[in-house]
Design a protein around this ligand. Structure first.
Ligand code: ADP
Length: 151
């Protein structure tokens, strides 16, 4: 069973995340979208909402599970028998950041990180910009799945 975890904050899930997940679906038997909870971080959406947005978006996709976790991603992988970590790459800054994390993770556990390159249409989208637009009363409907705007 090829099981992957797609870890992130998903505050909120965007069309960039959706693109990576949809393109990863043929590669794995199961993808666990895992919301990492960091007690020191401030979030815009409560975790229950973030889970709900993702579940609604992929309601018709049996390969996808949505979970939350605390602590190291690799510890969660060991606990859940996950062999692959899925991450998206948008730009050189993502690459540098992700490279350090992936190499550290590999040092700590035999988990392989799989990177998918963002689609041109969604490469500029980030949850932080979505939050900014939202805070200032802008329209986010072109940036996030329907589950977020129908909230
Ligand atoms: P984190 O808090 O770990 O940065 P995010 O929820 O922001 O979590 O992102 C989770 C993953 O989704 C990361 O691998 C990130 O690079 C990827 N990602 C975010 N936005 C996009 C996008 N527009 N295109 C492709 N990948 C993306």
């Amino acid at each position: 069973m090829r099981r992957a975890i797609f870890p992130g904050s998903f505050d909120p899930i965007t069309l960039g995340h959706v693109d990576i997940i949809n393109r990863a679906l043929p590669l794995f038997d199961e993808i666990i979208i895992a919301i990492g909870i960091n007690a020191d971080k401030k979030y815009m959406f409560p975790v229950k909402k973030r889970v709900e947005f993702i579940k609604k978006t992929f309601a018709n996709e049996p390969k996808i599970k949505v979970e939350t976790y605390t602590g190291l991603t690799i510890d969660y992988c060991n606990k859940k028998n996950i062999d692959f970590i899925l991450r998206g790459l948008r730009n050189p800054a993502d690459f540098e950041f992700e490279k350090a994390i992936a190499q550290t993770n590999r040092k700590l556990a035999p988990v392989e990180t799989v990177f998918l390159l963002t689609s041109a249409e969604t490469s500029y989208i980030s949850s932080s910009i979505v939050r900014d637009v939202l805070r200032n009363g802008g329209d986010i409907s072109g940036l996030v799945p329907k589950s977020v705007t129908s909230n």
